[in-house]
Design a protein around this ligand. Sequence first.
Ligand code: APR
Length: 244
Amino acid sequence: MADDRRPHLVVFSGSGISAESGIQTFRAGDGLWAEHPIEEVATPQAWRRDPARVLNFYNLRREQVRRARPNAAHKALAELERQGFRVSIITQNIDDLHERAGSRNVLHLHGEILKARSTVDARMQYPLPRGGIELGDICDKGSQLRPDVVWFGESVPHFGEACEIVAEADMLLVVGTSLAVMPAASLLEHAPLDAPSVLVDPEAAALAPPGVFRISQPAGKGVPELVRHWRREGRLWVPETLLG
Ligand code: APR
């Protein structure tokens, strides 16, 4: 909305926001990539070498997502929007927990696990309300279906759109991401100079780039606290009492 004058919160979330919903993060010692090496399940080469293994990996992830429920962090962000704040969410997550909490403006940078897509035409997408993708499941053009996720080595189709959204932020709230993956992590550089950025992550002190405020708490605690302050005062700001 070009004439929307409401303060604009842009949220950039990573797997940490869904950790308290029971979804594994990636780079922890017991994270997903320690159990399933990236090059075996999340690259175009892995897909060519062993598509059944890749499909199985994402079928398991999909079941995990279906069982999960939005947590206090997802819910607080949706509530802020319902209260009349302008909230745009850019997520690296392939789960649908922001949507299920009630957020309406959600951009999935790395795709959506609850969708399949054609291997010959990325625009041909199919919702997966139940079940998984098996070898032999084909699109309307007769090609094998794959998960609608962005693998390592693939381009990030919505990155340009995400940069434009961040460039219109009055506040950038980064939640639960190690900022290890490009180009996603470089989104922070697109925030306007006068828009504060804050990272909510138990490891915030170690992870936040210079100039980014740090709230070293789990998302389920830090995000609702921030949102409570914003709703109470009707504006976006960084309360010093939460920092550290
Ligand atoms: N609340 C907030 N953050 C948490 C919590 C929690 N309860 N628990 C863990 N974290 C934080 C960790 O401290 C870490 O900084 O979540 C972050 C998870 O980091 P990664 O495992 O690197 O995941 P993420 O940043 O989401 O990865 C980005 O990498 O593998 C790709 O495509 C995948 O979208 C993913 C991208």
